[in-house]
Design a protein around this ligand. Structure first.
Ligand code: SF4
Length: 129
């Protein structure tokens, strides 16, 4: 696997123009770091790749790219607030979101429950020593 990956990297590097191998400018580096700040959304973190726009019009709770923050289990409070204020359209929308959030949290719980460390060992690269 390592050999295949290194071969892939060599091929990719050979394909890319040499001008792309340079230090990023301050502006580029700044923009790169800000991208990660912009991925924080109300219910967690957006996992879309760097430099890509949101393709789902920020319908985060129903988006497969959302990584839910377990602290965000309080959507029920927002539904109660909306109901108390008579925002019935908001109540309906939040209930759909709550159901989607419950499904995401259930999959998050399954992930953390089934997580066991896997020892991969130390790779040996022929000729590296
Ligand atoms: S809808 Fe999906 S891709 Fe768009 S900001 Fe939310 S989590 Fe990211």
């Amino acid at each position: 696997m390592i050999k295949s990956y290194r071969t892939f990297l060599d091929i990719r590097r050979a394909d890319r123009p040499a001008a792309e191998y340079r230090e990023p400018t301050e502006q580029e580096w700044d923009e790169f770091q800000k991208h990660f700040e912009l991925r924080k959304v109300a219910l967690g973190t957006c996992g879309r790749p760097y430099g890509t726009p949101c393709a789902h019009e920020h319908a985060c709770v129903r988006c497969p790219m959302l990584r839910v923050d377990p602290q965000q289990r309080r959507l029920g409070d927002r539904i109660e607030e909306a109901r108390a204020n008579g925002w019935l359209g908001e109540v309906q929308e939040l209930q759909i979101s709550l159901e989607a959030a419950r499904n995401k949290l259930a999959s998050l719980d399954r992930l953390t429950r089934n997580r066991t460390p896997v020892t991969l060992g130390t790779p040996i690269i022929p000729g590296a020593y």
